[in-house]
Design a protein around this ligand. Structure first.
Ligand SMILES: [Mg+2]
Length: 366
């Protein structure tokens, strides 16, 4: 196998509506598409940090710089020939998870295409469809929150996730419960609370939530263990589930009963599978979260979530839920709350060149 060419395309797409979480707001989505040309095939990956630096230290700009100045030249000169070899090359590099995910997932796509199987099968998945859940951000008023949920629930999503923060938790939850009755419901705090909020967070038990995602700071595994001990509701780590050794520690401490695995946040699919396997062995169910990514990254999460221990609906939603337009054909579509992998090999979704050109910020070929 010879890697002949790597093409990086930084695109920026408008969101249908601004997305606000406890630590920031975005109204556009950046993604860097990585195309690796080898032996007549093109493997496609996506590096997809949020713009700004409120979710991760990495931004589209820092990810672009690292891909351009370091990863693309290194991959071309070292010529890794498999997913295993690219991971051997990438994993010793500290940080830069999103850039690494962009390159690593392109290798998986290449490998699946070479075997002429869908990515899900190359990853060890056992299904061709998964359940999808609706995630909504923080709105100026409860009325607007309820209207947003109602608008989107028509697509049949299998659960609702709302973002919370101090001052925006019990009241909106009470109203969502009142309006949507027995709908499966969960919350995500994106690290917005501290240990001094412990008594308040215990009150969330009364809403019969599927889980509370990342209530405390990402490094506070002990605090999460205390909260899990005091709460009936399962705690789920997201930002805090950084890598295999952190999850091992979290399991030992009892910090969570569920883990959210994001391909981008952990530097690619092989690391995601290692985390999945560790959790499966420990009896901890996982599910697939999103940034949210553009079509390529979203599709990869769907493929990954066909593995056995992905037990809850994914955050991947229809392309049209987030983006005025998406860069893949076919777009990601939820039908009756279900995402089905289209027929094909590799990612099973093709890049749309016209749309790449329309939304390009910068492009470079190596
Ligand atoms: Mg989260």
């Amino acid at each position: 196998m010879k890697i002949e060419k790597i093409r990086l395309t930084h695109v920026r797409l408008p969101l249908v509506e601004p997305f606000k979480i406890s630590n920031g707001v975005v109204s556009e989505k950046d993604g860097i598409i990585v195309q690796i040309h080898s032996d007549g095939l093109v493997g496609v990956g996506e590096a997809s940090p949020m713009s700004g630096s409120f979710y991760s230290e990495e931004t589209p700009e820092s990810t672009w710089d690292f891909l351009r100045n370091s990863l693309a030249p290194t991959v071309l000169s070292r010529q890794p020939s498999s997913v295993k070899e690219i991971n051997k090359l990438l994993n010793p590099i500290g940080g830069n998870f999103y850039a690494r995910a962009g390159v690593e997932t392109a290798f998986w796509d290449l490998q699946a295409q070479r075997r002429a199987v869908p990515l899900s099968q190359a990853l060890g998945g056992t299904r061709d469809n998964i359940e999808s859940g609706l995630a909504v951000g923080i709105y100026p008023t409860i009325k607007e929150l309820l209207a947003a949920i109602e608008r989107h629930l028509k697509e049949g999503y299998k659960r609702v996730k709302i973002k919370i923060q101090p001052g925006w938790d019990c009241e909106p939850l009470k109203e969502v419960r009142r309006a949507f009755g027995s709908t499966k419901l969960m919350v995500d705090a994106n690290c917005a609370y501290t240990r001094s909020d412990m008594d308040h967070l215990k009150k969330l038990d009364e809403f019969d939530l599927v889980m509370i995602e990342q209530p405390l700071s990402k490094d506070d595994l002990e605090g999460h263990a205390q909260l899990q001990d005091a709460s009936k509701t399962p705690i789920c780590l997201d930002e805090g589930a950084k890598d295999v050794s952190t999850i091992e520690r979290a399991i030992r401490l009892g910090s969570c009963r569920i883990v959210n695995i994001k391909i981008q946040r952990v530097g690619g699919l092989q690391n995601a599978i290692a985390m999945h396997d560790l959790c499966a062995h420990a009896g901890i169910p996982v599910w697939g979260g999103t940034m949210p990514e553009l079509g390529i990254g979203s599709a990869q999460t769907v493929h990954l979530a066909t593995l056995n221990n992905f037990c809850y609906p994914t955050d991947v939603e229809s392309s049209s839920r987030w983006f005025v337009d998406d860069i893949v054909d076919p777009p990601i579509e939820v039908h009756d709350g279900t995402l089905t992998i289209p027929a094909g090999v590799g990612n099973c979704h093709q890049l749309n060149e016209t749309k790449l050109k329309k939304y390009v910020v910068r492009e470079e070929t190596f």
